[in-house]
Design a protein around this ligand. Structure first.
Ligand SMILES: [Zn+2]
Length: 569
């Protein structure tokens, strides 16, 4: 490719609305352009890099035995009603109407479509297992698109769906995808941490997210440096044990005027340690009041609450609702002798005694509370968020927390969709069975941006060769035709192209400094500089992105580059 024939609109200045480095570099390196919030055009170089990621994903999915299909982005709403996700996903579903005013959905995912297909086309255990995947545009009605391709209204995903005859077979399919994902991200040059993720109602360990550690990530990963434990913060547990004073003193009400926080009570004259307090939270779950208790120094975890409540449809109660229910305002709340409402308690409070909690009377607390004796707990569950420094649940070493970008997710679905769409098969005994499903996503556009987020320096992008838009950029320092410099540049361009190396020649009539800066900004792994001075010595310059300049004889260029590419694989 010739630079002057394509479109690489590099920018010196950072666009004002780009917040994170990868978003800035996508724009500055001329890889994408914004049409409007959350919608981007891929320019030639951006598209080439995107296709590289797609191709790696495709090769590894094929290698893992999956078959590629392509499903419609436009979907009828009735299948979304059939799966009951029309309501559940209403906040993100993109809906459009046709001229007859009929409503349609622009798919954010394709469980409904693939299960409809399989229900029609597969009828015997002999046809299973099967795994179908596609690489396709998805839509999400994102209110606040941010961070470029990271959170957009339209994006490209690889989504795959496996169908199996048994739980055991489904787990084997899951493991194949887990392994394929590990290979995919490695080939993209990405360091990822596979972490245990929330499984909702399905339970078990069959949900993993592949996370790219990055300070700008929207997720948090809890992990042990020994490598024996990693989970997203929604799922993470720790080996922390609560110890409580053993005592049987009677509860005692005492005045705490103006004290409405855990911290306030932890200071003199009260000096009640946060971990000796019970924090009482009040939620409205499906229009009913529910009390949630965690240790004073702990935070309730929304994802874990969703699991415990069995629904994501809940919110914190308003002060008015709380006063109506408990007769006190936030800061003086407790669950002692509360029988009218369900009380959900975090596991860390099991067996707690000598605790202090609100008295459900403004300005008063209760001390010497024993949870078993004084509080009627409806349900015990893990409801709290793990903090950095708590012991690893496997080995006891202090856990760390790291922000990260989610690039892939493997998930065992079970029979939720096969039930909804009657995806059944006849087993060996002629009995009808529901297919066991799994679903597996990779954000292709997001993975591309994650590569940039993880691999850059002050000068620009540092592409791994596997994803770079072009491997080599030839930079003639002057471009007047028929000069020795330009002849050599053209010769190397022809030789490298013939050798199957992806090469671009910067044939712009620009100062060398401008060209070098642009080559670094775009991040081509190898740059070949052809100038009068070095040519006089029978040499050209070879520079690895971020590395030192070396001189090389023109005849050795192709061989040397092939060598470099072989070792980078
Ligand atoms: Zn550990």
């Amino acid at each position: 490719m010739r630079w002057t024939q394509t479109l690489i609109p590099t920018l010196k200045e950072t666009p004002a609305d780009a917040e994170i480095v990868s978003h800035k570099l996508l724009l500055r390196a001329g890889l994408i352009r914004k049409l409007t919030g959350g919608l981007y055009t891929f320019l030639p170089l951006g598209l080439r890099a995107l296709r590289k990621v797609e191709q790696i994903v495709r090769e590894e999915m094929d290698r893992a035995g999956a078959s590629e299909v392509l499903m419609p982005a436009l979907q009828p709403t009735d299948i979304w009603q059939q799966s009951e996700r029309y309501e559940i996903m209403r906040d993100v579903l993109f809906k459009v109407r046709d001229r007859a005013k009929k409503e349609w959905v622009l798919g954010p995912t394709h469980e409904e479509v693939i299960t409809t297909l399989v229900a029609n086309e597969i009828s015997s255990y002999r046809q299973l297992p099967r795994n179908f995947y596609q690489i396709q545009v998805k839509f999400r009605d994102e209110i606040r698109p941010r961070f470029g391709l990271m959170r957009a209204k339209e994006f490209i995903m690889k989504d795959a769906y496996s169908f199996d005859v048994s739980d055991e077979a489904a787990q084997a399919s899951y493991q194949k995808m887990y392994d394929a994902y590990s290979r995919i991200f490695k080939r993209c040059g990405l360091k990822t941490i596979p972490v245990e993720a929330d499984t909702g109602a399905i339970g078990g360990k069959f949900s993993h997210e592949f996370m790219v550690p990055a300070e700008t990530g929207e997720n948090e990963v809890v992990y042990c440096e020994k490598g024996d434990y990693a989970a997203n913060v929604e799922k993470a547990t720790s080996g922390r044990k609560s110890t409580f004073a053993a005592s049987n003193s009677a509860t005692e009400k005492f005045p705490t005027p103006g004290i409405v926080t855990i911290e306030g009570l932890s200071k003199p004259p009260y000096s009640v340690a946060a971990q000796a307090q019970i924090k009482t939270l009040v939620y409205v779950v499906a229009s009913k009041i529910v009390l949630v208790l965690v240790r004073g120094d702990d935070q309730a975890n929304e994802a874990k609450l969703t699991g415990a409540f069995g629904t994501g449809e809940f919110r914190a109660a308003t002060p008015e609702e709380i006063f109506g229910a408990l007769g006190a305002h936030p800061g003086s709340l407790g669950a002692v002798n509360v029988t009218k409402f369900p009380v959900y308690a975090d596991e860390a409070l099991r067996g707690a005694s000598e605790m202090t909690t609100g008295a459900n009377e403004d300005g008063f607390h209760l001390r010497n509370v024993s949870i078993d004796r004084d509080i009627k707990v409806t349900l015990w569950a893990d409801l709290r968020t793990v903090c950095a420094g708590e012991p690893c649940p496997v080995c006891g070493q202090a856990l760390k927390i790291q922000r990260a970008i989610e690039v892939g997710h493997v998930f065992k679905l079970g029979t939720k969709y096969s039930k909804a769409f009657n995806a059944v098969f006849l087993d060996e005994g002629g009995q009808q069975q529901l297919a066991i499903m799994g679903c597996y996503g990779i954000g292709i556009t997001r993975t591309l941006q994650a590569v940039i987020e993880q691999s850059n320096d002050k000068d620009g992008i540092i592409w791994p060769a596997s994803v770079a838009p072009y491997t080599v950029c030839i930079t003639p320092l002057a471009v007047a035709p028929e000069t020795e410099v330009m002849k050599m540049a053209e010769r190397l361009y022809a030789e490298l192209s013939a050798a199957g190396v992806e090469v671009i020649i910067d044939d712009r009539d620009e100062r060398p400094g401008v060209k070098f800066k642009d080559a670094d900004l775009v991040g081509f792994p190898i740059r070949i500089g052809v100038g009068e001075k070095s040519l006089a010595k029978g040499e050209v310059e070879l520079k690895l992105r971020g590395g030192a300049l070396t001189s090389i004889q023109p005849d050795q260029v192709v061989g040397r580059i092939k060598e470099l590419l072989a070792t980078s694989k």
